[in-house]
Design a protein around this ligand. Sequence first.
Ligand SMILES: Nc1ncnc2c1ncn2[C@@H]1O[C@H](COP(=O)(O)OP(=O)(O)OP(=O)(O)O)[C@@H](O)[C@H]1O
Ligand SMILES: [Mg+2]
Length: 257
Amino acid sequence: MSEPILDIQGLNKSFGPVHVLHDVDFAVRAGEVTALVGDNGAGKSTLVKCIAGIHGSDSGTVRFNGADAHIHGPRDAAALGIEVVYQDLALADNLDIVQNMFLGRERGSKWLLDEASMEQAARETLASLSVRTVKSVRTPVSALSGGQRQTVAIAKSVLWDSKVVLLDEPTAALGVAQTRQVLDLVRRLAEKGLGVVLISHNMADVFEVADRIAVLYLGRLVAEVHTKDVTHGQVVELITAGRSGDLGLARPEAAVL
Ligand SMILES: Nc1ncnc2c1ncn2[C@@H]1O[C@H](COP(=O)(O)OP(=O)(O)OP(=O)(O)O)[C@@H](O)[C@H]1O
Ligand SMILES: [Mg+2]
């Protein structure tokens, strides 16, 4: 088994008196999709934001590519090659696809942006991910469908030589066909060798694309399993009760305290 590209150990996070994440161990492996699942409020988005440096954590260690890493802000995470795609904050509506993909990281000089090179890179990135539904990279994002936006947001995250991409509910607002596109894209990211984390409430999606499933229950990571070793029912039980047979917490009721 390969060493994880990202390995979090003993992560704790509180917001004031509210202890949201308890001693979370979480690993991401290159070339794999890890689904991060859990009920509303379990702490999935908080974990992702701690990894991305948006929230500081109270304790815990991070290893990246086999070395100790210190993430004190989003820039540290980006420098390591960790990118996050958020459902809502993903894109600026009034800008076109190229402008969005290079927002804050434009190429060229202060006086003259290198539009041609950015346009080319945007096109190549979309093509490398086999994205065919976007007709022109000069289309304003406001004119794209939800699925196309999500596609652009994901493509943006791989433009930066990223190693780990965390997707927070990328299909939550999408229809069947658009969900299909995004799930295909998620698989392709892993095939390109990235470590992918997919947060989703949809068990069918999770079972379709994830190699592993990590379950958060009341802020505790109660199980990390190979998808092929578990049933939908077991995962649902882990999500709702913190335990399923031999899997999960020995005494889930103690976690509530
Ligand atoms: N900025 C914050 N300040 C205070 N409490 C917060 C903050 N962000 C999250 N929380 C609390 O942390 C807990 C976990 O929230 P989080 O958003 O991580 O859950 P989630 O697993 O992503 O849920 P969902 O599936 O609904 O998106 C919740 O109880 C929430 O109220
Ligand atoms: Mg969330």
